[in-house]
Design a protein around this ligand. Structure first.
Ligand SMILES: [Fe+2]
Length: 244
């Protein structure tokens, strides 16, 4: 399947549609996008669909971004259409207090807001030729796990052990790195929900939609391949911000 690059123009058109009209679609060149509605907008995929080949295939990336991520974004905006105060919050703030939200929207925000936030992180944590941990991050990994290979082994085991759909995480809690996982679209920033609450610095989507086309039922192969495209510069940046 040919790779179709996402131009900024295409991205803006798609996100404007998703946010303003709640519908994902394509737009002809030069067509003017509607004004933003103030809802949550999809982040720009920082590379082409095929950029992470052969580790993540282009078709999976396209469906994952254009369909799954778009649906979480659309559903989050729809759930909050009558709650302008909540729609105006940063996504981190909204999710941190998800357990205190009105019951009518709590489940929808937990699922779709989690999906929106988790995927937004996930796209940024990958790039071709991801490199290796540097600086204080490398030191923190050594302190917490004994070294990079030990951390990758423990993280991979956690990701493999997720029953059904969910995520594996490297988070900062009380200034230290920890590995955890969440079911469904739960996130470590959800207070009162996450088993280990912390600030995410690395996230791996282990929903079948993230790997099934290429890896079928072999999640462990997907996890092993994924390490080749981890963007360690982003992980380092998030780690430094988390220590803040
Ligand atoms: Fe996903």
């Amino acid at each position: 399947m040919p790779t179709q690059p996402i131009s900024r123009r295409h991205f803006l058109a798609v996100t404007s549609l998703a946010a303003a009209a709640g519908v994902l679609g394509t737009r002809s060149r030069g067509e003017k996008a509607p004004e933003p509605s103030g809802g949550f907008e999809m982040i720009l995929l920082p590379y082409d669909y095929g950029a992470l080949e052969p580790y993540i295939d282009a078709q999976t990336m396209q469906l994952h971004y254009d369909k799954h991520y778009a649906a979480y974004t659309k559903n989050l905006n729809e759930a909050l259409k009558d709650y302008p105060d909540l729609r105006g919050l940063k996504i981190e703030e909204l999710l941190s207090r998800v357990e205190t939200l009105p019951e009518a929207v709590r489940r929808a925000v937990r699922n779709n807001g989690g999906g929106y936030y988790n995927h937004g992180l996930f796209w940024q944590m990958m790039k071709p030729q991801g490199g290796s941990p540097q600086g204080a991050l490398a030191g923190a990994i050594k302190t917490a796990f004994g070294g990079l290979e030990e951390m990758k082994k423990a993280f991979s085991a956690k990701a493999a052990a997720v029953f059904g759909s969910g995520w594996a995480w490297l988070v900062v809690r009380d200034g230290r790195l920890e590995i955890t996982s969440t079911p469904n679209q739960d996130s470590p920033i959800m207070k009162g929900i996450a088993e280990v609450e912390g600030k995410p610095v690395l996230a791996l989507d282990v929903w079948e939609h993230a790997y099934y086309l290429k890896y079928k039922n072999e999640r462990a192969k997907y996890i092993a391949s994924w390490w080749n495209v981890v963007d360690w510069d982003t992980v380092k940046k998030l780690y430094e911000e988390a220590l803040g």
